[in-house]
Design a protein around this ligand. Structure first.
Ligand code: ZN
Length: 214
């Protein structure tokens, strides 16, 4: 699929491009000279955390960290990927077809040998909604390559490469709740986990875009 990309911020414009003209994010693995967007390059995650580097452009992060996450992550406040600059993250959420085009499936076939899924719940589906979660606080969970994200200073919701309407963002959250409830039911203390999840759900609803915003 070819379509016009949004104008990249200078940090992204400096990145190499693949054959289709997409900028290749810093974290992407290069295999035999070709970038494979599904694979994280060796050592990139550790370097991003240790040196506070932007996941998308590789530059140094400032005080603000922007996570590109799905709506379910806005509920449980966990990101599978480290943060980026705000302008890099908002570019990615508008340019990445997987994140923002409903109906596109991840191509999981022909992954190179030795590829492993990220830790935690891997949700291989496209909710059609993504958001940029900007926060001054975050941390990597010990022993798990997952990131706890702190209270947001800003949440920017997108659907199909444009700002999402409130009902679209809400539908994105609601479509993932059965999966989160199923996980909570596997908890050693399922009742407490379900109560906690409902509180997290209510908290996420306060972050939805305003009604009528688009
Ligand atoms: Zn960046």
């Amino acid at each position: 699929m070819t379509r016009a990309l949004p104008t990249p911020p200078p940090r992204i414009a400096r990145l190499p491009r693949n054959r289709s003209g997409y900028p290749v994010p810093w974290f992407v693995a290069w295999i035999d000279g070709t970038p494979d967007f599904r694979v994280i390059g060796t050592g990139k995650l550790d370097d991003a955390v240790r040196f506070r580097l932007c996941w998308l452009c590789g530059g140094h992060l400032g005080a603000n960290a922007a996570f590109v996450i799905g709506p379910m992550c806005a509920v449980n406040r966990v990101s599978p990927e480290p943060p980026s600059h705000r302008d890099c993250a908002t570019y990615a959420v508008r340019a990445c077809p997987f994140l923002t085009t409903p109906g596109m499936r991840r191509r999981d076939s022909h992954l190179p040998e030795g590829t492993t899924d990220p830790d935690g719940i891997m949700i291989c589906r496209n909710p059609g909604v993504a958001l940029v979660w900007v926060s001054r606080t975050w941390r990597m969970q010990p022993h798990l390559r997952l990131f706890d994200v702190g209270d947001p200073t800003e949440t920017l919701w997108y659907a199909e490469s444009r700002p999402a309407a409130r009902d679209e963002a809400l539908a994105g959250i609601d479509s993932g709740m059965p999966l989160l409830r199923a996980e909570a039911e596997k908890d050693p203390r399922p009742r407490a986990a379900l109560v906690e999840l409902e509180l997290q759900y209510e908290r996420a609803l306060t972050l939805l875009p305003d009604a009528g915003a688009r």
